[in-house]
Structure formats: structure tokens, C-alpha cells
Write a protein that binds this ligand. Structure first.
Ligand SMILES: [Cu+2]
Length: 367
């Protein structure tokens, strides 16, 4: 890199000296110190050809760069809105590329074609309303169509999540994600409060709220295929950002300002493994906001299951309260009877309760 910069510096310095020399020569010519019947010298033709060469070489380089970067493009879309945004992206790219090539070919070809020639006379062409109308109205229509289709898709993506959505809370922290599900009995997440955070209850689940009783935490994310999923996104310390590249989901996690994103995954992990021919493929939820030195490790595995497999997985999960019966003490008296249902029949032995106190929800960075 340093070598290239050094080389370019030398080239540009040489060019600068050439230009300065040429300016001096030209100014001498204008002052009549040198004999010249034209203000333009022989470099005029080579410049004109240079324009054409630049156009052709530039186009080839642009095409090469496009195909060369293809492996770094986003992977195939695996969500319903992802297919739409991808389609819009490529249509916009097509329109832009077409307009770019038409205008630039005209620019460079005209520079070549109408270069200075001794006997050329410029045409006086003051105005052409028809031409102006065409180049104003056509781009305006194309832009309006692109903008309004985009707005419609954006409105759908940011609309309220459907009633039947699976609700999952994702909380970013330095450096990992806490995941909480609304539970198997109600589809409602209980409240949480940062003041209730302790070594075990890492997201501060509030057990004064009966919706919390069946909530369970997880170290991986399972979502059903073809069913709306609503991510409720939070952050505990600094900015993080939830990113599921295949599902085209990206939403910042902002401390003190809950955000959300809902989507429908349309390809299961199994289907994507088959499509990519990789048996060990897994979707990931990554952090895409540089949030500190452990940022790179903020990934959590996401499984897109068939709806019945998803149900089965959910039923295997134990509510947080069932795994940590000590928290029954935090339940208000009038709700104790309801909460009791989630406490395992045999009271846990002393040793068991310390084991259960391990913060199983914490997805911490492997150092
Ligand atoms: Cu982060």
C-alpha cells in the first residue's frame, strides 16, 4: 500500500510539473512571445483519444470490480421482506447503471467527437423545449416510481407486528446477547427493570408482573418458519445493533430506548443448508455496531425451524422461575399462588440452587 501511494505521488508530481510547464508555454504564446496561430497544441488530439480510452478502460474496470466483489455481496435473502428489498435494490441499481452509462458515454464521446479542429464552427443552439421536457419528465417519473414503491415496502416493514407474532426480547450488552421468550402459557413478555438486575437475573425480569412467570431465557434463538417474529430490542450499556444478514434484519439496540423489528423467515436452517450445500451452516445474529473490544464475538446462533419443531423446542424450555425458584420470594403475595405453578414439585436442595444460579442466559464472549 505504501509502495502504491509512493508511486502515485511520483506520478502526480511529474504530471503537476508538466502542467505548470505547459501553462508557462501557453502564457508566453498568448503574450505573443512565441509564434503560434492556434492556442491549442498537438496534445489536443491525444487528449481526445485519452477520453475514449478512459471510457473503455473505466467501463471494463467497473465491470471487473463488480464481478470480483460478488462473493462479498449479501447472501441469498431468507425472509419475506428481504426478497422485496433485494428486488428493489437490484431494480434501482439497474436504472442507475443504465443512466450512468448513457450519460457518461455521451460525455466522453462528445469530448472526442467535438474536440478542437481548426475549421470547426460551433453551432448556436439556444433552447429546445421538447428536449428539456423529455429529460425532465422521464427521470421524474422513474424517480417517483422508485420512491413510492420503496415507501410502500418501508411502510409494511415498519408497520405494527401482526397479532400472532412470536415475541422475542433481545438485549445487547458488552459483549453478548440475552434472549428472552414470552413463554409457553401466554404470548406476553413480562416487564423488566434495570434496577432488578443481579448475577442471575441478568435482564432484570420483574416478578411483580405475572406475565414474567412463564418467560424463559435461551442461549440460542429458535424461530418458526413462515410465522411473524417480533424482536423487541434493548441495550444495557452502549449502542449495539441486531443484524441477521440472511433475513435482512438490522436494527440498532439503544440504551434507554427500546426498538423493534418484525419479519417472517421463509427458509428453515435445513433448507438453507441444502441450498448452500453446507451441512454445518447456521444462521447468526451478529452485532453490527462497533461496541468495544469484544464486539467481534457478539454472535448468537439462530435456528429457523419448521413450526412444529419450533413448538417442540419451546415446550422443552423451562421458565426462568422454574430454574431459579429462589425468585418466588420476589413475587407479591397475591400472585404467589399463580407463580407456585412454575416451581418444581420437589424443593431444590441447597447444592442445586447454587447450580441453578449460574447465569445461563448469558452469552458471553469466549476470551
Ligand atoms: Cu455490540
Amino acid at each position: 500500500m505504501t509502495y502504491i501511494i509512493g508511486l502515485l505521488s511520483v506520478v502526480f508530481l511529474a504530471l503537476a510539473i508538466m502542467i505548470v510547464n505547459k501553462s508557462i508555454a501557453l502564457s508566453k504564446g498568448i503574450q505573443g512571445k512565441e509564434d503560434s496561430d492556434s492556442p491549442v497544441d498537438g496534445a489536443n488530439n491525444s487528449n481526445a483519444v485519452g477520453f475514449l480510452v478512459f471510457m473503455v478502460v473505466g467501463s471494463i474496470a467497473a465491470a471487473w470490480s463488480f464481478f470480483h466483489s460478488k462473493p462479498d455481496f449479501l447472501p441469498v435473502a431468507a425472509s419475506e421482506h428481504g426478497l422485496k428489498t433485494d428486488q428493489m435494490f437490484w431494480i434501482s441499481m439497474g436504472v442507475i447503471t443504465f443512466a450512468f452509462f448513457v450519460t457518461n458515454v455521451v460525455l466522453f464521446v462528445f469530448a472526442f467527437r467535438y474536440r478542437y479542429k481548426k475549421d470547426n464552427v460551433a453551432t448556436f443552439y439556444p433552447v429546445n423545449h421538447k428536449l428539456e421536457l423529455i429529460w425532465t419528465v422521464i427521470p421524474a417519473i422513474v424517480m417517483a416510481v422508485l420512491v413510492f414503491t420503496g415507501l410502500r415496502v418501508w411502510r409494511d416493514i415498519t408497520a405494527q407486528a401482526p397479532e400472532n407474532s412470536v415475541v422475542i426480547e433481545v438485549t445487547g450488552h458488552q459483549f453478548g446477547w440475552y434472549v428472552r421468550y414470552a413463554g409457553n402459557d401466554d404470548a406476553k413478555l413480562g416487564n423488566n427493570n434495570f434496577k432488578l438486575i443481579d448475577d442471575t437475573n441478568s435482564i432484570g425480569i420483574d416478578f411483580a408482573d405475572e406475565n414474567s412467570f412463564d418467560d424463559f431465557t435461551a442461549t440460542e434463538i429458535h424461530i418458526p418458519k413462515g410465522v411473524p417474529v417480533l424482536l423487541k430490542i434493548k441495550a444495557q450499556d452502549v449502542l449495539h445493533s441486531v443484524y441477521l444478514p440472511y433475513q435482512r434484519v438490522k436494527m440498532d439496540a439503544v440504551p434507554g430506548m427500546p426498538t423493534k423489528f418484525w419479519f417472517v423467515a421463509n427458509k428453515s436452517t435445513e433448507e438453507m443448508r441444502a441450498e448452500l450445500g453446507k451441512n454445518d451452516f447456521n444462521y447468526k445474529l451478529n452485532c453490527t455496531e462497533i461496541c468495544g473490544r469484544g464486539h467481534f464475538g457478539m454472535a448468537i446462533t439462530v435456528f429457523v425451524d419448521e413450526p412444529e419443531d419450533y413448538k417442540a423446542w419451546c415446550l422443552q424450555q423451562k421458565p426462568f422461575l422454574a430454574q431459579n425458584p429462589d425468585y418466588l420470594a420476589k413475587v407479591p403475595e397475591k400472585l404467589k399462588a399463580k407463580a407456585q405453578k412454575y416451581i418444581p414439585a420437589e424443593a431444590p436442595a441447597e447444592a442445586d440452587s447454587t447450580q441453578a444460579a449460574a447465569p445461563e442466559a448469558a452469552v458471553t464472549m469466549a476470551q
